[in-house]
Ligand binder design. Structure first.
Ligand code: HEM
Length: 191
């Protein structure tokens, strides 16, 4: 797949995911409001997520193999959290999040850890929101906006996992994408 085709595909998945989740202008504006309420709690959220992550033996293996230090991990997660809450969720965001997915394929992070880690982010973020927001309507808006944003982010990251794996396979084997897709479907039908 050429870079142009890939960009078009990322833009397409991004738009479909936004439509599916209802991550619209209103949700993005609600997200900005939540940002100001939650920003000070980012370090606490990140530490709680890292505490869950570092209990997993596969994550510990990646951390030791890549030499990822706790301080750097905190910085990277903080960068992503700030982006997730302040972004307008336009094209540049899709490209950025797609690249974050790629970085994890490169680092050898098992794919299953990505949605689980996003789940840990959601759990820790919801705990904070329930602690900080008393007004029921405001709380609901915040929960919906955060859930939409996190699910959009993980969808794009998982797409980049898939693309990276398929592209490496196609490059090594010289197989066409069409043949690959046809073979995958045929194999799945046999199961
Ligand atoms: C929701 C899940 C996650 C988010 C949002 C996230 C965020 C990030 C970000 C923003 C980067 C920098 C990407 C770049 O260079 O462009 C990164 C890199 C990295 N992440 Fe994650 N991450 C997640 C899950 C994980 C998990 C489960 C592991 C497992 C140990 C992990 C390990 C790493 C490693 C090893 C790097 C590369 C660090 C380097 O370049 O030295 N991440 N992550």
């Amino acid at each position: 797949m050429t870079d142009k085709n890939l960009s078009l595909k990322v833009a397409d998945i991004s738009k479909k995911s936004k439509d599916y989740l209802g991550l619209d202008e209103e949700a993005v504006s609600n997200l900005k409001e939540v940002y100001s309420i939650l920003k000070d709690s980012f370090p606490e959220i990140i530490n709680a997520v890292l505490s869950v992550l570092t209990k997993n033996e596969d994550a510990l293996k990646v951390i030791s193999e890549t030499g990822l230090e706790a301080e750097k991990a905190v910085k990277l997660l903080d960068k992503w959290l700030n982006l997730a809450f302040s972004s307008k969720y336009e094209e540049d965001m899709s490209e950025e999040v797609f690249k974050i997915g790629y970085a994890h394929v490169r680092a050898g992070v098992p794919q299953y850890l990505m949605p689980l880690t996003m789940g840990a982010f959601l759990v820790e973020t919801l705990k904070k929101l329930f602690e900080k927001i008393d007004d029921k309507e405001k709380l609901l808006k915040a929960v919906l906006a955060v859930s939409k944003a996190y699910f959009w982010n993980i969808t794009i990251m998982l797409e980049s996992y898939k693309e990276e794996r398929i592209n490496s396979f196609l490059e090594v084997t010289g197989m066409s994408r069409e043949l690959f897709e046809r073979m995958s479907r045929m194999r799945a039908r046999k199961k």
